[in-house]
Design a binder for this molecule. Structure first.
Ligand code: ZN
Length: 215
């Protein structure tokens, strides 16, 4: 999928995802706060633009929405300082880290990798981009997720245990970040099940409104 931001085009090759980045969400899943960012990846083939229909996968029984702020890297870099992180960010949007919660629990119990619960086809619905021109406050992005018009998740990037500049710093210490890389920055509390014919809406006053239908 080619991502467009103004006149710029990006061809993402990697999606980094952060788990357990909001204290209240960690609590609702019964876990404990991690001492460092929890990192996993999804293939870019998981991305779904707004307005498309998402098929509920057949290999699980409990598909959950996880609303997240998503960062687009616009300038490559290795070992990026937190103080320089903002200059590597091209844009921001909202996305869903769709998760088969029952399958994820099973994988965790077995100590197995959890890709089949999080990295299946269409598991990464993604909004369109707002440029990061320095005026978007990385540490104060309010957002919410509604299902059929009822608000399920309300969050703000200020609540992140590992804020966006730290995530850029941390990830770039392990991978040389590339133009087009995406970072799903974790979900606040309120995650819950989706079923056929549900309409999921992500909204932020700063980033816009994006919607998907479940089939
Ligand atoms: Zn997530």
């Amino acid at each position: 999928m080619i991502l467009q931001l103004g006149s710029q085009h990006y061809s993402p090759q990697r999606i980094f995802c952060i788990g357990k980045n909001y204290a209240e969400h960690v609590k609702e899943l019964g876990g404990s706060a991690p001492g460092q960012p929890v990192v996993f990846m999804k293939p870019v083939s998981c991305l779904v633009p707004p307005g498309e229909t998402i098929r509920i996968p057949a290999h699980g029984n409990n598909l959950h929405h996880e609303a997240e702020v998503v960062v687009l890297i616009g300038a490559a870099g290795k070992d990026i300082l937190e103080s320089d992180a903002a200059s590597h960010i091209a844009g921001l949007t909202l996305g869903l880290d769709l998760t088969l919660r029952d399958v994820q629990s099973d994988m965790k119990k077995k100590g197995w990798p959890w890709e089949i619960s999080k990295a299946f086809d269409q598991s990464a619905p993604l909004g369109t981009w707002t440029p990061h021109d320095g005026t978007l406050p990385l540490d104060n992005i309010p957002f919410q997720c509604s299902v059929n018009g009822v608000v399920r998740q309300t969050g703000n990037s200020v609540e992140m245990m590992f804020p966006i500049p730290h995530l850029v710093h941390y990830l770039s210490g392990i991978w040389e970040l590339m133009e087009g890389d995406l970072i799903f920055t974790g979900t606040p509390s309120g995650v819950g099940p989706l079923k056929s014919d549900d309409r999921v809406t992500l909204h932020s006053d700063l980033l816009g409104t994006f919607e998907w239908l479940l089939a």
